[in-house]
Design a protein around this ligand. Sequence first.
Ligand code: F6P
Length: 458
Amino acid sequence: MRRIAILTAGGDTPALNATIFGAVERANQLKIEIVGIVRGFAGILEPQLPHVRLNPLFTSIPELDPCMGGTLLGASRTYIDPDQTAVIADVKSRLQRLQIEGLVCVGGDGTLNGMQPLSDLFPCVLAPKTIDNDLGLNYIDEPNEITEDEISQSGKGFGGRVSRESIELEEIINYATPGYATAVFVVVQGVERIRTTAESHRRIAIIEVMGRDSGFIALGSAYGQPDIILIPEVPLDMERLEQRVAELYELQKHVVIVVGEGVCDQSGRQLGAITRSYDPAGNIIFNGAAEELKRLLCVRFGDQFFSSRRKNESADSAIFTRKVGHTQRGGFPIKFDRYHAAQLGGKAVDLIVEGRNNAMATLQYSRESGFTLGSLAANKLRDRFGKIHPRQVHSSFYEKLRFQPSRLGKEYLRSVLTNALGSEDVEQMRATMFNPGKLATRFQSVCIDMNRRIELLK
Ligand code: F6P
């Protein structure tokens, strides 16, 4: 194999450059040229196929920095439509004109779907990424257990179903995805900072975190010690929530609630998707779970609850909401993500070289050996109707009466996060945060340097 390509698709994560770096370093070792396609599937669909040589003379270009967040190649949420066979054939012929023999796609479930039609014509492998930590399975048979009814609930995963009451951590397929640990790192800091202000002003803080239908980021927020964690997998029990909030407010005069953006009510209605809109990949755009939760709590408690305790306090002023937002997806990747992303990038190149197609590199965990690399045929993630579902937090990871991770949930978090932050991460913050040089120069975007490197197919 002489030349392969790589692209980054879907929402970005802080670890994408680390994955590309791992892939390029492995390609250097194997003396394979590696070409980066600009802006994911959007680039591959362009007749001129904008691309960048990432390892001229088998040396990584200096712009490729595994410690930088985002992706120097750019990403997009454009996907390949499997029904457009002529378009897919054009993509194949463009890649062949560039003498590309295999394609590594760095992405999540949407990317895997986008890659599928292409893999019918061309060798493709996925290196996983997503802050949502939802690309994988709780156990290998999970997709086979889904029923026709459940499939019609688009976007929903498996975890809320009590198909199996317990799982072993060793059974999890693709244990953690690059980007997740950094997202949790950001969320935990946010929760800790909001705590002290809620505490000072005796308020109820509702903090909304990302993750779509999966509550892994919300679960990880446990390190910030929020009083209540609400995950999308468990329908909201408003009675119990009201009771717990009242108990905590009496006890400590403030409450911190973390809510996963995809949280549902008892009827399965997603609180944050009231105005349903769709991005080009067909994903629901979540917007406003925290606001809706605030509205529900305001109705339940009413002004009286607060004004009877403190003069001039209304429910509206006592309860406030904050979204951690895109800070979860940006900035430098912490050590766990950097290291495993790079490893997975290298593994994806190995899979392509081994002749695998429509497969993905995975990160596996065992209590005995820790983290190891693995691989999976992408179709193993599909249910019998061909759909890939987001992995959800398994019911055994969460105690719904206490709104906290269960014992197993905590063990899962410990295995990923205990050593996730490196001393170099802390040192990097110390050295760069208030570097006076920043006041003397403008931000230097990698896009400027990369633009100079972009080549087009003639
Ligand atoms: O899938 C990653 C993710 O960050 C989700 O957690 C979130 O709902 C979504 O993407 C936000 O997407 P965008 O920034 O493209 O609107």
